[in-house]
Design a protein around this ligand. Structure first.
Ligand code: FES
Length: 269
């Protein structure tokens, strides 16, 4: 589907917020789903890139889809140079969303993000109360970033949360270190009987979280960000190691089987 850029704004060092206007026939995305974005009429350098949906709004006959992205290579650099009025091809929404009904008795919802992983987590947070209708649920955020400059959209997160913990690799704001260290210090505050975790961030962050949960089995669903080509399960380019029901080695396609998984189902390495 054709998307017209209405805003492509640098929000902090190397991070951009892209807003696109699409036809109203675009399906409403659920938190955790992603869109494939491609430069119209060209295949390189933007050869179909997956981006988690950060925000979505329906306006009469049109919809606005927003993504947050960090410039990390040729494709995202190209994207950052596009201007208001330029066109992109948008496909989706794809993938399995966060299942917010998986644990209906949760009264503490812990949201953990690392880096640009904040995008789907913020979308989940902004939709959570509307979807679940749970006024007495606490939303507790743990946000990690490389530096204060790379900590994007924190004001929005503060408005949505009951409590927020921040860490940066360089100590420029919040705890000096990684966000899983902060969570680890607080982990006893979360009873597996009434808490659930949703997380998105770099692989090492998710692996560390998985290790922490071995002794503290709080239910946890994670969104895995992986390079993708087709985005619909055909090319096997996004395969990661997993475990089947009997704990044996298996593989899953992030685009088709995820991108949201139970943390226990992935073979973290
Ligand atoms: Fe092709 Fe996932 S990107 S199978």
């Amino acid at each position: 589907m054709n998307g017209i850029i209405v805003k492509n704004k640098r929000i902090t060092d190397g991070h951009f917020l892209l807003s696109m206007k699409l036809s109203g026939s675009f399906q409403t995305p659920r938190p955790g789903q992603f869109v494939m974005v491609r430069d119209k009429g060209r295949s390189d350098p933007l050869l179909g890139r997956p981006f988690s949906v950060y925000a979505f709004e329906r306006r009469e006959t049109k919809v606005i889809v927003e993504i947050l992205y960090k410039v990390v290579g040729k494709g995202t650099l190209f994207l950052s140079m596009l201007k208001r009025g330029d066109s992109l091809e948008i496909f989706g929404p794809y993938g399995h969303a966060f299942d917010v009904f998986v644990f209906p008795h949760a009264t503490k919802v812990v949201l953990i993000s690392g880096g640009i992983g904040i995008a789907p987590i913020a979308f989940l947070a902004s939709n959570y109360r509307r979807i679940v209708d749970a006024g007495n649920v606490e939303l507790i955020f743990y946000c990690g970033a490389t530096s204060a400059l790379a900590l994007v959209e924190v004001e929005k997160i503060k408005e949505l949360s009951s409590d927020i913990f921040i860490s940066t690799d360089d100590g420029s704001i919040g705890y000096h270190g990684v966000i899983t260290d902060v969570f680890s210090k607080n982990i006893s505050m979360y009873d597996p009987e009434n808490s659930i975790i949703y997380a998105c961030g770099p692989g090492p962050m998710l692996k560390r979280l998985s290790d922490l949960l071995v002794k503290n089995p709080i239910p946890c669903h994670v969104l895995i960000e992986e390079r993708m080509a087709c985005g619909v399960g055909a090319c096997l380019g996004c395969t990661v190691r997993s475990k089947d029901k009997n704990g044996r080695d298996a593989h899953v396609r992030v685009c088709k089987d995820g991108p949201v998984f139970n943390i226990e189902d992935i073979a973290w390495s």
